[in-house]
Design a protein around this ligand. Sequence first.
Ligand code: FEO
Length: 180
Amino acid sequence: MLSKKMQDLLNDQINFEFYSAYIYLSMAAYLQANDLLGCAHWMRVQTQEELMHAMKMYDFVNDRSGRVVLKEIKGPKAEWASPLEAFEDALKHEQTVTGRINHMMDIAIEEKDHATQIFLQWFISEQVEEEASVGAVIQRLKLAGQSPGGMFMVDKELAQRIFTPPPQTSQAPLAPPQKA
Ligand code: FEO
């Protein structure tokens, strides 16, 4: 059973993951409006990642007999000065997420909530990957600089990103079987 404090933290984080999805979808719209379809695609995949994070937490709260309470999602920023600025904002946002996850882990340790600690370990590793992948894009954008050819190459590369959903581990109800 989750403590009230941990349940509140998880519910807040579910909201923050949806907010993250909203931020990245807004970045995708900005990038698409600037004809960077590969960059926009990368951000759309990132949006899917965030929705998956939110739902993973949603399932965990339910699996622990907790109560999911959804809250209002804050509106994201809509404009950036450059694609580089958008990706730099994404990195800052991921660093905030990492801080929040680490704080949740501190509380889970304090409460001797072993199941939540194991659950959050996945997110701690995921955050290392999240920060590294945005950081790698920032490096490429910096190398491309103002060169249209360089930007074209980066955009083409980011178009290759694929969303791979993790295996389902929750007891959450699955979609009903399809009729033959
Ligand atoms: Fe769900 Fe990108 O942190």
